[in-house]
Structure formats: structure tokens, C-alpha cells
Design a protein around this ligand. Sequence first.
Ligand code: GDP
Length: 485
Amino acid sequence: MRTDTIAAIATALSDSGIGIIRVSGEEAIPIVHKIYRNKKNQAVLSDYHSHTIHYGFIIEKNGDLIDEVMVSVMKSPHSYTTEDTVEINCHGGALMMKKILMTVIEAGARLAEPGEFTKRAFLNGRMDLSRAEAVMDMIHAKNQFALKSSIKQLRGSVSDKIKELRKKILYEIAFIESALDDPEHISLDGYEERLSGQVSYLLKELEKLLESADNGKMMKEGIRTVIVGKPNVGKSSLLNLLVGQDRAIVTNVAGTTRDTLEETVNLGDITLHVIDTAGIRSTEDVVEKIGVEKAKTISEDADLILYVMDTSIPIDDNDKDIMRMIKDKKTIILLNKSDLDEVVDQSSVADLLSEITKKSISLYVSSEMNYEEEKQQDENIHMVKFSAKENNGLDSLVGLIRKMFFHGRISYDNEVCITSSRHKEALLETLDSMNQVRASLENGMPEDFYSIDLMNAYASLGRIIGEEVGDDLVNEIFSKFCMGK
Ligand code: GDP
């Protein structure tokens, strides 16, 4: 059905060593044949063996030479899209690539939509949807974790797991259906007990996957981090330190950072998506007030709050306001300017916080500290001695984040990790359906009740790998892809 031939520039549209124009579809070989010449001017592209590459030239209609190229031929079904595919490796200038693309289009191809090559690979059954999505994740990977997890997903880690779970569910559906159809030969006596065992297993597996989704998303996209604190305490200095370059304007005039700045910061294997907000303090200044309100709103859906405190000046009511704001959030209090004489010590901060939050707060000393010890004190709020000026305390900060978010360990080797919110949603729906099955079992409902929910669970899981998905969703997913992929 998808016989038209598509073409796109597959490499970045900028000046570079080489560029690739990709052509895929039934007419890919004849189309490129029209515009390609080899040295002897007698090449027949269709005669070339699959997976071979050839030196030659791309020629304009009037016979003028456009570029010296290498053309590779991949014949159906052994190509990325499963269709006949030709890739033209040309010189990498943007103008050159555009010119060759135009020539290919004039010869009969159509400009591909973003992600259309991968969409074809999916629609032609070469890869399931979770693998196709992994291709894009790999391209957009911002850190080692994102890269490794997308490679694993591309190799089938997610689809294999989903298929395994679906197979188990399908077995039960089939068993119930056949028993209901043929009660004389297949007995459902004692079946509830077996199904109950299976349901427990499936629920456990689903919960494990969902647990990985929370970490996975934070690992892939970064922990949404908000820096708060009164003006002049060192918030911008901290951001600059994290980013490693002077992006935020650092000044010693109170209230300069009025709007918010956002940065993605890689700290070893941890990525922070940092939002720097205006200094939070009571103010009559309208412009600043907008910034302050914004900070409060942003803090509400942050994963982590970095509360910067200047320990060289006394605590005041503004600090109390901030403490009220952060009391239920995962927070690290950076006791900044520790290089200066200390006016506020950690125990007075801890006492005030305990008064407000009704919890005890610990000072994080070193990365040696056991996570369980940490946890006993308070899971959410910790303090670190810091000096943005002297770059002191950054290691402790990173160690602490690792402990608070990933229980001190970040693993991407063994487990299947869910990194897509689309997958997470489907898993949550599956979990719902499986909980329904459990409830029906507990309430002694008739068997056909189980099979309805089992079927729903089966369908929800199917969406992850692209079964039972509509055209709209497929189009939406692939529209986010790059051109030429
Ligand atoms: P913000 O208003 O909270 O963003 O604060 P800034 O980052 O602009 O810092 C305000 C002032 O404090 C600047 O003059 C910084 O150089 C200074 N400052 C920031 N961190 C430290 C620190 O750890 N020690 C000392 N002594 N000064 C600091």
C-alpha cells in the first residue's frame, strides 16, 4: 500500500564532511538510476548487488555534474524500512545536500515526513513501536543513561518483557474461554487459586516496571530541580557552578534574577533540569512579585528543591516562608557561604525546620553515609555545607542527590527500565485492570468477569509495542521524529 518513494536528507543540514540523502520505496533504485552516472557512464543501478556501495556522480537534467558521490544500494526486504533503499553519500554542504535532494525529487520521489523511514519500518513489521521510539530516544539522548537505556530498548528489552507478560495473560484468557465453551472437558475447579498466583506475579512485575519508570524518566530527562532562596544568597553562583559557565547574571544587587533561567546540567551520571527562580522574599515590588509567585508555582511540581541559604546573615521571616513552602518536598538546603564567618549554624537551621516541618533534619556529611541511616532521620530534607565561591560541597551534593533519588545506586545494566511516559500510562492502565481481576477473584465473581479485565490488560500492554494502536497515535509519535530518520 505504501508504494510511493520518499527521500530526505538524513544528516544534519550544516557544513560537514559528508551528507547523506536517503531514498526509500519501490522506485528508489530506478529514481536514483536516472540521476547517477559511474565513471564509464554505463551503470545500471538495479544490477548492483544489495548492500554494495559504488563510486560515481549525481548529474543534473541538463547533464551538468552536481557532486562526486558514493551510492549504497540496499534491496528489499533487507533494509531499515524493508523497502528498496538507496543512500547517496555526498559532500556535506547544506546547499549541496538540498540540491541533490531536489534532483531526487524531480526524478520522482516525494519529500519524506519527519520519522517516515522509521514509521515505514514499524508499519512493515520490521520493528515494534517501543523499538521505533527507542531510535528517537537514542538520537535525543542527553546522558549516558538515556543512551544506554535507549540502546537496550532498541534491542528489545522493553518489547521482550511486554511480550512475556502478554503471553501469560493470553494463556489465562484462552483457558477461561475454552473452559466456558467446553465445560465437559476443561474444568475450572481450583482455577481461581492458580489464576490468583498468576495475578500476583503479574502485579509484581508491573509494579517493578512502574517503579523503574519514575527513575527512568528522571534519569532520561533530568531531575526537575528548582533553586530557591532569598536574594543575594548565591543562587546564581550555584547555577553557574553547576553549569560550569557564566550564563546567569551574577550580581550583588538584591532581586536581579527576576525571571527564570533553565539549564540542563550533567553531573556525572545524574542529569538535573535546573530552573533558577527569582529570589523568594516578601516584597512590594510588583515585577519581583511576579517572579516570586512563579517560583512558588514552579516549586510545586519540582522533583527537587535546592534551597540556598546564606549562613553569614541571620535567619528571618523570609526563610520561615520558604521553609513552609518546602516542607513536603524533597529538598537540599545548601548552607552557602561557608567560607565566611558563620552567623547561622546548622543546628539552628535544623531546629527551626523541625519546628515548621515537625521532622528531624540531618546534615549530610559524606557520601560514606548509609542510605538507611539517612532515611531514618528524614527522607525529604537534608543539609549540605557549601561554598559556591570556593566550589566546596559539590561532591557531597551529588552524592546526596544520588542517595535521595536512586537509593545511592544507578544501574542500567540488568533491569528493564521504562523511560517513556506513554509506556508508563499504558502500564498504569494494565495495573488497574489486573487489580480488577484480583478484586473479582476476592469477591468470588464468575469467570467471565476475569476475562474482560484480562483482555483489557492485554490490550493496554499491546499499545506499548504498537499493537492495538490507531493511526492517529502512530502519526503523532512519528511526527516528533527528525527529518530523514
Ligand atoms: P542570588 O541573588 O541568590 O542569585 O546571589 P548571587 O549568586 O548573585 O550572589 C550574590 C553575591 O554573593 C555575589 O557577590 C556572589 O559572588 C556572592 N557569593 C555567592 N556564593 C558565595 C559563597 O559561597 N561565598 C561568598 N563569600 N560569597 C558568595
